[in-house]
Design a binder for this molecule. Structure first.
Ligand SMILES: NC(=O)c1ccc[n+]([C@@H]2O[C@H](COP(=O)([O-])OP(=O)(O)OC[C@H]3O[C@@H](n4cnc5c(N)ncnc54)[C@H](O)[C@@H]3O)[C@@H](O)[C@H]2O)c1
Length: 325
């Protein structure tokens, strides 16, 4: 398998690179600039140096096609995107990268359909809207209505329907995956990066306030990468989209577990009240049926592993207070 990971220097990209190299696949990172910082956080140089870098911008469709053709890419994991804050600040740029950029990926797979055997892309739980818009007493599966409350969520909805159109028009299959709060080392940007920053703050002995509270679905980055890897390994049959499910918890529970793992967190970490505007009771029954079993890492285990790794990285000078910004 020769995989192109767009946005491969991002958080999920670094963890997915680790998962794919661990399976002895060839990995090509397609990203704006060479920045292996998150790779250094997630794995050793002996591992990450095996991943090859190709500079590129997903808004340049012709470049994508020529790179994939020349490298003989057989699988694409499309992760490159602007996150919620960037899309809020500049919705036009957000649409250019997240929607047009994603169309360029699908065009590439369509034009090279004899060569590219599988396309897996990151959607998001942000396709769902405010929790209050949904029935409170049941887990939502993929048939639940999509009511995004952010531009970012709207772009992800658009991508899912464009994926469906590619299948209907061209029989181009694909798999979309909808993570919720991904946490673990390397998670340093985006609306739901604050729990990871709180763990980093504890490792650094610095105060940190998580600006929101409420419920969310905590998904350990290694599990999310494993989900992407499994989808890459099993060619899609049509335009499929899957919810993921990690550990559903409210912020007081996250805080309690953090203070159990590291008692000093009680003096350093605080949190707000605001519920994030995304439904959080999602069912991953279909993912488990098609790609499981994939048991989520327990939250206290994910917190502990993240804290221990941050401590090692801090001692090595690879994370600092600047990473809390
Ligand atoms: N992290 C989460 O909690 C989460 C949750 C739901 C969905 N997702 C989705 O998963 C994917 C990966 O998320 P992440 O947390 O790893 O993101 P990230 O912000 O850590 O990484 C994104 C990467 O994309 C690259 N990129 C941005 N614009 C690009 C462009 N025009 N061309 C090429 N590369 C470009 C960036 O340089 C960066 O390396 C995204 O599509 C995101 O929307 C993430």
């Amino acid at each position: 398998m020769r995989v192109l990971i767009t946005g491969g220097f991002g958080c999920i990209g670094a963890w997915l690179t680790r998962a794919l190299l661990g399976r002895n696949y060839e990995v090509y990172i397609y990203d704006l600039r060479e920045d292996r910082r998150r790779m250094q956080l997630v794995m050793d140089e002996a591992e990450w140096s095996k991943a090859q870098y190709v500079p590129g911008d997903i808004t340049d469709g012709a470049h994508l096609v020529s790179v994939c053709r020349d490298l003989g890419i057989t699988h694409i994991a499309h992760l490159a995107a602007l996150q919620v804050p960037s899309c809020r600040t500049d919705p036009v740029r957000g649409a250019l990268v997240n929607v047009v950029g994603t169309l360029n990926i699908f065009e590439t797979a369509r034009q090279l359909s004899a060569q590219v055997r599988n396309l897996v892309y990151a959607s998001s739980a942000a396709v769902y809207g405010e929790p209050a818009q949904y029935e409170a007493d049941r887990d939502l599966d993929e048939s639940a209505p999509l009511r995004p409350s952010t531009h970012y969520g709207a772009y992800k909805v658009c991508n899912e329907f464009n994926a469906r159109a590619y299948y209907l028009d061209h029989k181009l299959p694909s798999i979309g995956i909808r993570p919720w709060t991904v946490y673990g080392v390397g998670r340093d940007f985006g609306m739901t990066s604050e729990p990871t920053k709180a763990i980093l703050a504890v490792a650094l002995g610095k105060p940190y306030r998580i600006s929101y509270g409420g419920w969310q679905d905590f998904q350990y980055a290694e599990d999310v990468a494993e989900a992407f890897a499994r989808c890459l390994e099993r060619p899609a049959q049509e335009a499929m989209v899957y919810n993921l499910r990690g550990v559903l918890a409210d912020m007081p529970t996250f805080y309690k577990l953090l203070t159990e793992v590291a008692p000093q967190a009680a003096d350093l970490v605080s949190y707000g009240e605001r519920q994030l505007p995304i439904a959080y009771r999602l069912s991953d029954e279909h993912f488990q049926r098609d790609f499981g079993p994939l048991l989520p890492t327990p939250l206290e285990v994910g917190i502990r592993r993240t804290l221990e790794r941050f401590r090692v990285l801090h001692a090595a000078g690879l994370v600092t207070e600047a990473d809390l910004a």
